[in-house]
Design a protein around this ligand. Sequence first.
Ligand code: NAD
Length: 470
Amino acid sequence: MSQTYTMTINGKAVSGAETFGVENPATGEVFAQAPNCTEAQLDEAVAAARAALPGWKATPIEKRRQALQAIAGVIAQNGEELARLLTREQGKPHPDAMGDVLGGAHWLVETAKLDIPEHVSEDSPERLAVTRYGPIGVVAAIVPWNFPIILMMFKVAPALLAGNTLVVKPAPTTPLTTLKIAELIRDILPPGVLNVISGADRLGPWLTAHKDIDKVSFTGSTETGKKVMASAAKDLKKVTLELGGNDAAIVMPDVDVKAVAEQLFWAAFRNAGQICIATKRMYIHKDVYEPLKAAIVDYAASVKVGDGAEQGTQIGPIQNKAQYERVLELIQDAKDKGYKFLIGGNSSNVPGYFVPVTILDNPPEDARIVQEEQFGPVLPLMSFDNIDEVVGRANASIYGLGASIWTKDLDRAQALAVQLQAGTVWINESQHLSPHAAFGGHKQSGVGVEGGQDGLLEFCQAQTVFMRRT
Ligand code: NAD
């Protein structure tokens, strides 16, 4: 694959008047330059999306479905190369990068199967009342750096299927694979339907403030989500916000310790803990606390942390310097407070943004590592005694993204699930998402949902036509 990265505006390759460097987080070295979109280029991208809207909206939905499938096909064909590039810019191990890339293709294929509903609420001799769902218009899709491809497709697939046109902005630290995919699929869609631009920190605020954007679909931190909502409020753009989380796992006393230890480990540490729906606090019943703690720490000691490009690596580096420093700061805070470390906690002397797998033993509930979203490979384990009390602890958060329950008693787990203030609850698994199910955050974890027909309708606006027959 060529090392020149261009934006896609109105179906054409557009270079940046300026560029910015993209680092490999495993080495800290800048290995490529990405275009730094100017305000004039942003205007061009939005104007192209606006001009393409009537044609795309009028394209029969069957043709739009075919376009999603064709995009998925091209991504899958180039999966290996795209995954290698993703590992280089994002840091994740190659198999996980394949999962992100092919997961994006899968999301397109499955979303293409969804239907846009039409509701007849009255069909009487006097009146016909029909509600139809049409596209909203020009959508700005803003994507974070932890899963650049699949999270982009959470937005692109339903937005295109519903007949919207888009301007997509990847995170400044992971723009390359996104730019490459846009280049590979340039001929599939009519010019202007899908524009992909990249830029430094200034670009996101420009995009959300742009007068000719109708909807902002944003995935990122809660703090940034508030800024996006404030900016969108100026001209009442529609918003979907997929934000941060502080997911609790609740482990009941009846679990098979040996069987769940590894699953619980990966619930927290996959992608170096940089997952919105990673387990970020683990509450373990006191009857199994000691053996499960020992089993998780034993397993943690066997896991290989390293450059994602090296075979056998299971956990890569933190994706960028700012996040690396934030995670180190939380570890330092835990040290300063004298919390007990079961494993990790040391900084490594190798280049790159590596943080060793770090597990804390029963820090207090008000510890920063318990209350804040760490978004890194650091996990607090805490014991509990009483189930009502632990539900209260799990729910005592500004976040409400996900939660998991681990037990053999499935009826009890179902009853417990509805008590948890979270948009998704998993029982005896974690992080599973489906293109056919709604995913979104309660409380400050988000506004609106992605996935399934609910997610598709977030890219539609309803129009009801009442027709008097007499
Ligand atoms: P971030 O909020 O820093 O950045 C996300 C995106 O927003 C990037 O593309 C960034 O360039 C852009 N951006 C930054 N400031 C902006 C502004 N003022 N206006 C418009 N856009 C702006 O988030 P991040 O650090 O890239 O991602 C990590 C966070 O994302 C975590 O909190 C994580 O939980 C959350 N996340 C949520 C979900 C979800 O679906 N709920 C999924 C993945 C990540």
